[in-house]
Each structure stands twice: as C-alpha cells, then as structure tokens.
Design a protein around this ligand. Sequence first.
Ligand SMILES: NC(=O)c1ccc[n+]([C@@H]2O[C@H](COP(=O)([O-])OP(=O)(O)OC[C@H]3O[C@@H](n4cnc5c(N)ncnc54)[C@H](O)[C@@H]3O)[C@@H](O)[C@H]2O)c1
Length: 386
Amino acid sequence: MKNLNIGMIGYKFMGKAHTQAWARAGQVFSIDARPILHTVCGKTRGAVEAFASRWGWNHTSLDWREVVDHPEIDVIDICVPQYLHFDIALAALQAGKHVFCEKPLTLTVDQAHILSEEAQSRPELVHYVNHNYRRLPAVGLAKQMIDQGKVGRIYHWRGAYLQDWIIDPQFPLTWHLRKETSGMGPQGDLNSHSVDLARFLVGDITAVTCMAANFITQRPLPDEAASGTFSGTRDESGAVGEVSVEDAAFMLARFDNGALGSFETSRFAAGRKNYNSFEIYGSRGSLMFNFERMNELEFYSMDDPPEERGFKTILVTESEHPYMSGWWPPGHGIGYEHTFVHAAADFINAVVRGESIKPDFHDGLQIQRILEAGLESASRGREIKL
Ligand SMILES: NC(=O)c1ccc[n+]([C@@H]2O[C@H](COP(=O)([O-])OP(=O)(O)OC[C@H]3O[C@@H](n4cnc5c(N)ncnc54)[C@H](O)[C@@H]3O)[C@@H](O)[C@H]2O)c1
C-alpha cells in the first residue's frame, strides 16, 4: 500500500484532532493509502518537539515554508489561525501538494477567490476545507432522508451555533478576537460551519440580512504561548487591547430553492458549550439536530397517522448509518474526534483515486462570500444579494 506523507502546520486544538485522525483513519476504515505522520510544524522548538514525541510525529520544523517545500511531503494539513491559511495553502498548491485546510478557508473573499482559482488550475490536487460536522453520522442520515424525499420541499432552515467561552470580560484578546488574525468573530468561526451544513442539506444561499453586536470592546492582552481556542491566559503586563470582531451575529438568508433560513451565532450564550444545532422544516416532515447530543437525530413525519405524529429520536449508531460500520456495536456512540477520522479517510481515498472531496476550496469561497455579505449587511443595515 502506498504511503502518503503528511506535513501538519500547528499542533494545538486542531493539531491534536487531526493527528489522531491521520493515525486512526486506516485502522477503522479500509483506505487506499497509509498516512504517515511525517513532520509537524510549530513556533516554539521545545513545545513542538514535546508534541511530536507524545503524538508520534517523525520530524519537527519551525518554518512552515520548509514543510511545504519538502520533497517527501504529499499533503499539507493546515491547523493554524486563519490569517495564515492563505499563504500556506497557496504555497502548498504551487508546490504540488494536496491541501487539508481548517475552516474558515481565509480571512477575506479576495483571498478565497485566489485559492479557488489556483486549485481550479491544478486538477490533479485535492483541496478540502474541514467542515467536519458534515461527516457526523446524524448529519449524513439527515442528508439521506432529505435526498429520499422524507422531508419534502424544504421551507425553513433554523441554525444556531452558540458557545460561551469568552463570556468573561477578563478572557484575554486571543487571536480569535482580532480582525487581522481571525477575519471575523463567530460569524466566521461558527457560522462558517452552519452555512456549510445549510448548503449541504438545503441548498445555496442567494441573499442575506444580518445584525451583529459587540458586548465587550476591550480585553486584557493574552500570553500568546499559553493561550489557544477555549483557553486564555492573560499577559503579565495587564495591558488591554481592542476587540475588533463581532461578538454575535444573527443572519437571515434566502436559499436558491425558495427556502428561508436563519443563522444565530454567539460566543456569549451562557451554558452553551458547542451548541451547533439546526432544524429543517419541510412539506413532509422536520429534522432537528444538536451537536451536544451528536448521536441522535430527531424526525417528525407528516406521513405518520395524525394521531401518532410527534418527533421521534433516532439513535444514529447502527452499522447502516453513515460512517458507523467501522465503529462500535449499536448503541455505543461515537464522539467529536471521530468526525476528523471520517474526513481524513475520505481525503486519503480522494487523493489516491484522483477524486475531489467536499467541501473544497470552491465551497470555501462561496461560504466566505455568504459570511462577508452577512457582516456587510450588518454594517449597512440592508439586505445583500449574492
Ligand atoms: N473544524 C473545527 O471544528 C475547528 C475547531 C476549532 C478550530 N478550528 C480552526 O482550526 C484553526 C486552528 O485553530 P486551533 O483551535 O487549533 O487554534 P490554537 O490556537 O489552539 O492553535 C493554533 C496553532 O497554530 C500554531 N501557529 C501559530 N502561528 C504559527 C506559525 N507562524 N507557524 C507555525 N505554527 C503556528 C500555534 O503554535 C498553535 O499550535 C483555525 O483556523 C480555527 O478556525 C476548526
């Protein structure tokens, strides 16, 4: 079996999730090549070496360009904040590498457009944006049921992606809260996932109107080395800086098939930890999903006799459910990390078979357009057509 050498840039939250995905994909699924943990790249020698030794990477680097240019590396895996995605992904494509990139694809539509064109000009390369929630068994089942007509004509998408990890005003100004490093607040961080799910399950979006809010405008500066997603340590100086992204965004959307949708996102929703949820209402039934109960999908069918109608909970753990055949016996649920294993397995197969995998950089561009249009609508106070 062919080996595929992976070069991963960044090794904190997503770096851990991706490492275990590359390591496990071939154990759980029959895939067409063996991913090799070739090189991991970070900013601090001691920390990246400690990570490599604990998580099984063969080599380390402190320079992502060296990794991208390494002749033995086949796949560049981007697990760094979004302000670095564009330069790394562009250099990787130009170096002839397949690219597995975290979301959102870039800081801006202009950057995403350039990446999409570069990818278009290199059809031999696989490019993927990691909207991993598409590869949840419950979401896969929802897609199957929609495609089988069980929901009928879709009238409404109602998405809410809510968290609470920056609700403390003393949580520091990590990279997520500065426009130059994150591009957007939860509109980019969280609604990018919701928009991807909505495009996957309902269809493309043609117009948006949005309101955004900032609740905390200044925060203490972070100790960068000790901070990351969901964990912030304040810098000893006590200095503060300006929050330059929105704290919450509530967006309404019109789909090309006529459906109307709403997308709520905030990192100020006390008690909501990773509440990535959606409701889909159609002419024959409805679906509801909430990631905090990720092994379940709720379904209401108009085809049931009126006296028996009601939402039923489907436990999505049968081997017939999408991606479940490789895992455990029925009733033995899976977790967050498994979505990354599913994405890694599909990505490896796409590389070996010369196929594409969704969502790709063209989807990443379209998602970026929708998200940016949402924030433009919030600042102009009017609907934006796409
Ligand atoms: N798919 C998901 O559900 C999901 C979840 C969380 C984060 N993300 C995305 O993943 C990306 C990374 O987020 P995270 O939560 O892992 O962030 P993090 O802050 O936990 O880790 C960032 C990593 O980037 C490294 N890094 C920063 N600058 C670097 C440089 N110049 N060279 C090499 N390494 C550098 C840091 O050392 C660190 O290892 C972001 O784009 C984020 O939006 C996706």
